[in-house]
Design a binder for this molecule. Structure first.
Ligand code: FAD
Length: 322
């Protein structure tokens, strides 16, 4: 009956956002009088998996098939369903990230489960299973009561503070019979993220839009990011134009981030962009158009040319650090 949570890893390393999902599952398990079980797919070390105990997982089910090192949504869904059957789980959690959004609906359909996509709260179980979630790309909230027996939830990353505790999860192997067709998508090439700070885990992010004019000006974004120890991000047209790699694209169709500080230079603030960043604690907008919609979402705004403002900001940070 345990609460199940899918834990992703990159080359065996479990990233911070997963700890939040495990903690979320563990809290729901406590609420519902059960325990949390993490599901890890592919090649991960025992030590990494055991460490999930520090965030509340009592057990890890490890489905070690190396083909699962890359996302295969169909195989991932099959693995989660097999784990749910083994554990008798009625609550299944993934992150609301690119992988989770691909896997969770498949699991929900197969198990005839209600799906809450983009959960922001723990369930209120007083009268059912009431959860707050994002709607309209983060422009509004909805409260949904999930009445199906099985419930699938995708958790919005950075919704809760992560508290590391003590504990060691026990790791158990689970074998699942996959078909060739579960791996129907062939991964031809994996572009590794080379930035110094991983965007998903970054507390500080400097981001650029089409107002940066071209890739030749990205040094201004990178200089400020370097001084701050921040990750870099961009709007979708920037990634579509190949000025920046796609993994830096944030928004409705890209990554969702909730850093402490998001500095946006030359980005208009379209709703689809805001969907990925409006959970940031402090938003600083640099835009030469005083009517740019992003200013409405900003805590601080600089009306000016990013080409002039960014070097001044970088110099100010440098001076402050000296
Ligand atoms: P623009 O809209 O061209 O804005 C450039 C801004 O830079 C302007 O505000 C301008 O005033 C300012 N500027 C120009 N020069 C300077 C200067 N020298 N100094 C300072 N400011 C300057 N977009 C995303 O970002 N992420 C998504 O995930 C996403 N998903 C989408 C999904 C769908 C289904 C659709 C339809 C669209 C999506 N979009 C997404 C696109 C989105 O609607 C916008 O078109 C996009 O965000 C605009 O990018 P931008 O702000 O960089 O460019």
């Amino acid at each position: 009956m345990s609460v199940l949570v899918l834990v992703e890893h990159t080359e065996g390393i479990i990233k911070k956002k997963n700890f939040e999902a495990v903690q979320y599952a563990s809290q729901i398990a406590k609420q519902t009088g059960t325990t949390a079980t993490a599901v890890v797919l592919g090649s991960a070390s025992a030590a990494e998996m055991e460490s999930l105990g520090e965030y509340g997982a009592e057990k890890v089910l490890h489905i070690a098939d190396p083909r699962l090192d890359e996302l295969h949504a169909r195989a991932y869904a099959k693995a989660l369903i097999a784990a749910a059957e083994k554990e008798g789980s009625t609550v299944i959690i993934t992150l609301n990230d690119i992988n989770g959004r691909a896997v969770a609906p498949r699991v929900a359909v197969k198990l005839k489960a209600g799906l809450v996509a983009g959960a922001l709260s723990y369930p209120d179980t007083a009268e059912g299973f009431l959860i707050k979630k994002t709607v309209f790309s983060g422009k509004a909230f909805a409260f949904v009561n999930v009445l199906s027996d099985v419930k699938v939830i995708t958790l919005m990353p950075n919704s809760f503070q992560i508290n590391k505790g003590e504990g060691k999860a026990t790791v158990e192997k689970l074998d699942v019979n996959f078909d060739e067709k579960d791996f129907g998508i062939k991964v031809k090439q994996v572009n590794k993220v080379t930035g110094e700070v991983s965007l998903a885990d970054a507390e500080l992010v400097v981001s650029g839009g089409r107002g940066m004019k071209g890739p030749e000006n990205w040094g201004l974004i990178e200089d400020l990011a370097k001084e701050l120890g921040a990750a870099t991000a961009c709007s979708r047209p920037v990634a579509d134009s190949h000025w920046r790699p796609h993994h830096e694209h944030v928004g409705q169709t890209g990554g969702t981030i909730r850093p402490n500080l998001y500095i946006a230079a030359g980005i208009s603030g379209a709703i689809q962009h805001l969907a990925g960043v409006n959970g940031s604690k402090i938003i600083v907008v640099i835009n030469k158009d005083p009517e740019a919609p992003f200013f409405k979402a900003a805590n601080y705004g600089v009306i000016g040319d990013a080409m002039e403002v960014l070097p001044k900001l970088t110099a100010a940070v440098k001076k402050y650090k000296a």
